[in-house]
Design a protein around this ligand. Structure first.
Ligand code: NI
Length: 253
């Protein structure tokens, strides 16, 4: 169930049986010579919609722009400052809390979001924790799951790509988008075949260290068949992860 295709009455009816919602969150940033700029949003969106469809869980619109300041040296990348993303997350959760949602399952596609999303959760919890005895606001639970951390995914990607998967513009994330969007598959020559590893600082430094945008990866190995395997494995792992999250504490409506 996608929120954007529901009526308000359908959402009200959903809240009679569940107070949990899946929120895909990603980024809009360069992904090397053959990776789509939307990769980090498309991956959790694809998996989130499939998960919601399988479990009849509500899926919020994807938060498609994240914290990606280090990618601004490449055309097309967009970032929110950490403080802006933090405000977006608080306002999104608080809007949904008003309607009765209390369990927020953020399905993440971008490592650069993790610190800020975690900080946003602490801000959200602090709203209730700083007002002990207040009954105006129910207890809220937020969880962040990176799709690549779903059980079985890392092992599969290791089997598929070995040490060529890399850290950014990975074979696995590009394969997943190639499976989901076969009409948008890109090809490119890359030198060296496997990109270097290194630390991440600001955008200028990133561009110097990683001239074509990749970190540690050889995404010429990406292919839609691998993407399908990754999709199926991730979906199975996320199903368990989501069900456990909902079962461990979601209030009965
Ligand atoms: Ni990515």
């Amino acid at each position: 169930m996608e929120l954007r295709f529901c009526t308000w009455q359908e959402v009200a009816a959903y809240l009679e049986r569940s107070r949990a919602i899946i929120i895909p969150i990603g980024s809009t940033e360069q992904h090397g010579p053959n990776g789509l700029i939307g990769t980090d949003a498309l991956c959790p969106e694809t998996l989130g919609r499939a998960l919601g469809g399988k479990l009849e869980a509500l899926v919020a619109p994807t938060i498609s722009v994240g914290m990606a300041q280090h990618h601004l040296g490449f055309a097309g990348s967009i970032t929110l400052r950490p403080s802006t993303l933090l405000a977006v997350l608080q306002d999104t959760v608080n809007s949904l809390v008003r309607h009765g949602f209390d369990s927020f399952y953020f399905l993440n596609g971008h490592g650069g979001n993790i610190a800020t999303v975690s900080a946003a959760f602490s801000e959200i919890y602090a709203q209730t924790s700083l007002q002990p005895g207040s009954h105006n606001r129910p207890s809220i639970r937020c969880k962040l799951t990176n799709w690549w951390d779903a059980p079985g995914v890392k092992a599969l990607c290791g089997e598929l790509f070995g040490d060529q998967d890399g850290g950014h513009a990975t074979c696995s994330e590009i394969s997943l988008t190639q499976y989901a969007y076969p009409d948008s598959i890109k090809t490119a020559e890359m030198t060296p075949a496997k990109a270097p590893y290194g630390p991440i600082y600001d955008a200028e430094d990133y561009r110097r260290r990683f001239p074509d945008g990749r970190i540690g990866s050889n995404p010429t190995l990406a292919n839609p068949e691998a993407g399908e395997k990754i999709f199926e494995t991730a979906l199975a792992g996320l199903e368990t992860d989501y069900k456990t999250f909902v079962a461990n504490g979601a209030r009965t409506p």
